[in-house]
Write a protein that binds this ligand. Structure first.
Ligand code: NAD
Length: 513
């Protein structure tokens, strides 16, 4: 670890003293079960964090609800100023935080830096937004009346995040929630707890510098049991949960049972359609990066390539050739393209999917394998695989969070490809590679892709913070980040004001006394 300057990075992020797992503090770590964080990069122990107990959770909620009382009345542009300062701190700490993300989660250092850049970008976006939390004005049907709507802070927002974007997903939520006047309680993935503590340390310093209570941003640690404290808590009007479909179904039901709101960002099963008019060179870059980037552990990773029969062999050969160039190894070493999976459970799922797709009749084009030996001691490194398959296979219908790409064929018109693309339960990201305007527009039309994200001549993987991010069907329907995603973090109020001496009723109803 020290070879890549990680020791220094951990110190810069204030993580030194938690290595023994004995420190305590309301907003940092608790006194419950010990969570140990091992790096998938080299299998070394990075640090330990104690889970939040029920009693500690109560203290956190008290801190949050108390902080909300003042925070909600602070003018939104002043809240934006706090978010601006947070973005500045992130700029200062971009390298150490990017390194920790890479080391604890296993994505490449470049992607770790990219994740912190996304945090910075969403802060900038939120600062501007803090002066633009607009409502509409409407014309009243009654004379001498004015009608308008305004957006008010919602309350305590619960954030549950996945391991694969251990810092950016929190920032997408929290930066918007803060300018909206909400306070946040965050439960990061138990697989990346130190990223959570590092982020909390950064925001805690900003809040302290501004004499604001740390309850504005709270951290709780633990697995689903700690997550359930939030989903069942009536004091939390909105739970934003990112993770698997399995988790989303449980969270959605728990939150709905108390008529709370949930914002769900769940699994994807993303496809690129390659038509006879595709630029094959661009297609190969988009598909290979989409399938093997982050070792196939992005919610927007390319899982299926749906290729027209007329270009099928050409695409197949080019993608298979490209896979031969891939270098697999330590993600902090910039020469490598593919890093490890998060843990050995993920490796077991990769193996199980490869086995079951073969049983269903899949044909291996690039063989998968768990890598052993020098540099692969953590047991988490696998070879990206390509399998010729059919969309109807159960294995293809599921999201396996690993670098397995399924090659599917279509014939005839683009409608046949769209039917395959839409023929799964997930609806996150989709793409078409074509220079044919008719095909592209058909793909983007109401009869086209049913996903929350639909791209033309770009792969499925990655998104800009300026757009609303999320997906349909079992991906959960939530939208985060840009566009008007902020509205979910606020409550809307319709106001009608009468400035006359009469009291006319709506719909012309007469009520004479
Ligand atoms: P996961 O579902 O195992 O865990 C996600 C989070 O949910 C963790 O913090 C976990 O502790 C918590 N959790 C699990 N069960 C819970 C319960 N019953 N109540 C409350 N909290 C609970 O997912 P993961 O393995 O960390 O992440 C991978 C998954 O996340 C993939 O399916 C991926 O597609 C999805 N993901 C989606 C998006 C998106 O924006 N759509 C982004 C990133 C990841």
């Amino acid at each position: 670890a020290s070879a890549f300057g990680l020791d220094t990075a951990l110190k810069q992020l204030g993580l030194k003293e938690i290595n023994d797992g004995t420190s305590t503090g309301i907003n940092s770590f608790g006194s419950g079960e010990l969570i140990t964080s091992y790096s998938p990069v080299d299998g070394e122990l990075i640090g330990k964090v104690k889970a939040t107990t029920k009693a500690e959770y109560e203290k956190v909620m008290q801190a949050a609800t108390t902080a909300f009382k003042d925070w909600k009345t602070m003018p939104a542009p002043q809240r934006g100023e706090i978010v601006r300062q947070f973005g500045e701190k992130l700029r200062e700490l971009k390298e150490p935080l990017g390194k920790l993300v890479s080391y604890e989660m296993g994505k490449s250092y470049q992607e770790g830096l990219g994740e912190v850049q996304e945090m910075i970008d969403i802060c900038d976006f939120a600062v501007g937004l803090s002066r633009q939390l607009h409502g509409l004005t409407m014309h009243s049907e009654r004379p001498g009346h004015r009608m308008y709507e305004q957006y008010h802070p919602l309350g305590v927002v619960g954030i549950i995040s996945a391991f694969n974007f251990p810092v950016a997903v929190w920032a997408w939520n929290t930066a918007l929630a803060w300018v909206s006047g909400d306070v946040c309680v965050w439960k990061p993935s138990e697989k990346t707890p130190l990223c959570g503590v590092a982020c909390q340390n950064i925001i805690a310093e900003v809040l302290k510098d501004n004499n604001l209570p740390e309850g504005i941003s709270c951290l709780i640690n633990g697995d689903y049991k700690v997550g359930e404290m939030m989903t069942n808590d009536k004091r939390i009007p909105l739970v934003s949960a990112t993770g698997s479909i399995r988790m989303g179904k449980i969270v959605a039901q728990a939150v709905a049972a108390r008529l709370g709101k949930s914002l769900l960002e769940l699994g994807g099963n993303n496809a690129i359609i390659v038509t006879p008019d595709a630029d094959i060179k661009m297609t190969v870059i988009g598909a290979v990066f989409g399938a093997v980037g982050t070792a196939g552990q992005r919610c927007t990773s390319t899982r299926r390539l749906i290729v027209h029969e007329s270009v099928y062999d050409q695409v197949k050969n080019s993608v298979v050739d490209a896979y031969k160039q891939l270098r697999i190894g330590n993600p902090l070493d910039e020469n490598n393209h593919v890093g490890p999976l998060i843990d050995t459970d993920a490796v077991a799922m990769y193996n199980a999917s490869l086995k079951s797709v073969l049983q269903e009749g899949g044909q291996i084009l690039v063989e998968g394998e768990v890598l052993k030996g020098d540099g692969y001691e953590s047991g988490c490194y696998v070879k990206p695989a390509i399998v010729e398959a059919d969309n109807s296979f159960e294995t293809v219908q599921e999201e396996t969070f690993a670098p397995i790409l399924y090659l599917l064929k279509y014939s005839g018109s683009v409608e046949n490809a769209i039917a395959q693309q839409n023929g799964v339960v997930q609806g996150l990201s989709s793409a078409i590679m074509t220079n044919n305007l008719r095909e592209a527009e058909r793909f983007l039309s109401a009869a086209g892709s049913d996903c929350g994200i639909a791209n033309v001549n770009i792969g499925t993987s990655g998104a800009e913070i300026g757009g609303a991010f999320g997906g349909e069907k079992e991906t959960g329907g939530g939208r985060e980040s840009g566009s008007d995603a902020w509205k979910v973090y606020m409550r809307r109020q319709t106001n009608t004001i009468n400035y006359t001496t009469e009291l006319p009723l709506a719909q012309g109803i007469k009520f004479d006394l």
